[in-house]
Design a protein around this ligand. Structure first.
Ligand code: ADP
Length: 194
């Protein structure tokens, strides 16, 4: 992965249901912020295509899609949105929601991505997250919002994604209680930005 200009990025890290997507969507409506959601991008790929089939195979079990496919999809998507002028690497913040999702993805991405802040959307009580996901399951009809798959996604988050938090210096890491109202979480995300 080679690039002259690194993407100035804000990382949203949190368990399923912690509100990464909610915040990413809000931020994406502000000029100068570009929201990238790996889950949304995967869901937009045709289920008949090789990538779409692989996505369904893994996500329906609550597992991560292999790194190579994920990174490749990110790179081609970023190339596209840069060409279209939707993301301007020198000017815009890239809000990363769902990527990187493990340490090896970060090692590849770090060549391309400059992290300004990492926001850890943490939750004092998992049952709150579970309730949110159950609520979403009835409205969004996602294949990975069944009880068993939800538990697996929490497990994968603890084992593979949470260790990412240790890779960033304390001054870059912002702890946010994800049970606060979305506008309060948003305020904390924006607060450290110049
Ligand atoms: P959530 O954060 O609520 O679990 P997402 O929409 O971010 O949901 O992701 C849904 C699924 O998409 C994941 O369970 C996984 O299978 C796949 N996925 C998303 N991002 C990545 C990633 N960075 N690496 C590998 N798989 C991913």
């Amino acid at each position: 992965m080679k690039a002259k200009v690194k993407y100035n990025s804000l990382l949203l890290i949190g368990a399923p249901g912690s509100g990464k997507g909610t915040q990413g969507k809000i931020l994406g409506t502000i000029p100068g912020f570009f929201h990238f959601s790996s889950g949304e991008l995967f869901r937009s790929v045709s289920a008949q295509s090789p990538v779409g089939k692989t996505f369904l195979e893994y996500s329906s079990k609550g597992l991560l899609v292999p790194d190579e496919i994920t990174i490749q999809l990110f790179c081609s998507y970023m190339e596209k949105v840069i060409t279209e002028g939707r993301f301007r690497p020198k000017l815009d913040y890239l809000v990363l929601d769902g990527l990187p999702r493990n340490v090896s993805q970060w090692h590849i991405l770090s060549e391309q991505v400059e992290v300004l802040y990492v926001y850890h959307l943490h939750c004092p009580d998992r049952s709150i997250l579970e309730a949110r996901l159950r609520g979403r399951a009835s409205s969004d009809h996602r294949v990975d919002d069944t009880e068993e798959v939800i538990q697996k996604r929490f497990e994968v988050y603890e084992k593979e994604t949470k260790p990412l938090l240790e890779l960033f210096p304390a001054e870059r890491l912002k702890e946010i209680d994800c049970t606060k109202m979305p506008y309060q979480v948003l305020r904390q995300i924006l607060e450290p930005l110049p």
